[in-house]
Design a protein around this ligand. Structure first.
Ligand SMILES: Nc1ncnc2c1ncn2[C@@H]1O[C@H](COP(=O)(O)OP(=O)(O)O)[C@@H](O)[C@H]1O
Ligand SMILES: [Mg+2]
Length: 276
């Protein structure tokens, strides 16, 4: 453990369980270069340059409509499901440009898991929710599937709560539990990256805390990019924060810096609650 760098006299008061790890030497997992995106004529992402580091939690913050979801959905190419979408620029994921026409989206789906705002388990048993991805990838052996299901549920900190009811429908769980099932489902494909779009905004405070703690643990093994409109959450759980405004990245830096000594007046105005 390295001592937390504090830029000013005061550390952020919003950071009770943030990591103290210096991670300047972490590799870049996603390098976004001059990314532009249009929905028809609407220019939704403008010249985005972001180098996202592995084994970190990267928070994307900004007011509603600034392009947070669009950006995160570009990282797994979900955004191209919208017919009017056009992009320019590059997103280099592990040395290859995923926006390149030759890049197979199926390959990306095996590397990048996604968790949405509203928990969206399948209307199936808890077991089948987790086994779904591995089965699609051809795993049929019951013992192997059992192992993946247990490991994924443990990884999502929900095993103890559901181990005796794996055959019950996932809908029988609370919202907070369903969201951890969705995280377990993402883990079951053994991803490299986990994208989360406001994963706690539909959850109660206790479930939110559980998911936040889980995100902190998961970064040991995964790179996590989380959209949140909750600034306290970004300050609590992320290593780096990007502040989006009107489709642009206004500022991107270590989370401590963003929340203590932002360099742009607009960042300061936003984090102090003057707009958004
Ligand atoms: N499918 C779509 N078609 C057209 N415009 C869209 C679509 N999705 C989002 N937008 C527009 O793109 C902008 C960014 O939206 P979004 O990425 O959802 O913002 P955020 O997640 O920050 O609230 C908004 O102006 C929104 O209206
Ligand atoms: Mg959004």
């Amino acid at each position: 453990m390295v001592q937390l760098k504090v830029n000013k006299q005061t550390a952020s008061p919003l950071a009770p369980f943030k990591s103290n790890q210096e991670s300047t030497e972490n590799k870049i997992v996603y390098d976004t270069r001059q990314l532009n995106l249009w929905y028809g004529n609407h220019h939704a992402l403008k010249n985005i340059d972001l180098a996202i580091k592995e084994n970190e939690v990267t928070a994307i913050i900004g007011p509603s409509g600034c392009g947070k979801s669009t950006y995160i959905k570009t990282l797994n190419r979900m955004v191209e499901l919208v017919p009017s979408v056009k992009t320019s620029g590059q997103i280099i994921y592990r040395d290859r440009n995923i926006l390149d026409a030759s890049y197979g989206v199926e390959e990306l789906r095996t590397k990048v898991g996604m968790v949405f705002q509203k928990p969206n388990p399948f209307p199936k048993s808890i077991y089948d929710n987790i086994a779904y991805g591995p089965r699609i990838h051809g795993i049929k052996n019951k013992k192997i599937l059992d192992g993946i299901v247990e490991q994924s549920l443990r990884g999502a900190a929900i095993w103890d709560e559901v181990k005796d009811r794996l055959n019950e429908n996932a809908y029988s769980l609370s919202g907070g539990q369903q969201q951890r099932i969705c995280i377990a489902r993402a883990l079951a494909i053994e991803p490299d990256v986990i994208l989360m779009d406001e994963p706690t905004s539909a959850l109660d405070p206790i479930s939110t805390l559980k998911v936040e703690e889980l995100v902190q643990e998961l970064k040991q093994n995964y790179s996590i990019i989380i959209v949140t409109h909750n600034m306290q959450q970004a300050a609590r759980i992320s290593d780096r924060t990007a502040f989006f405004l009107n489709g642009e990245v206004v500022e991107y830096d270590k989370t401590d810096t963003i929340f203590s000594t932002p360099s742009d007046k607009r960042t300061e105005d936003y984090i102090s609650g003057r707009f958004g």
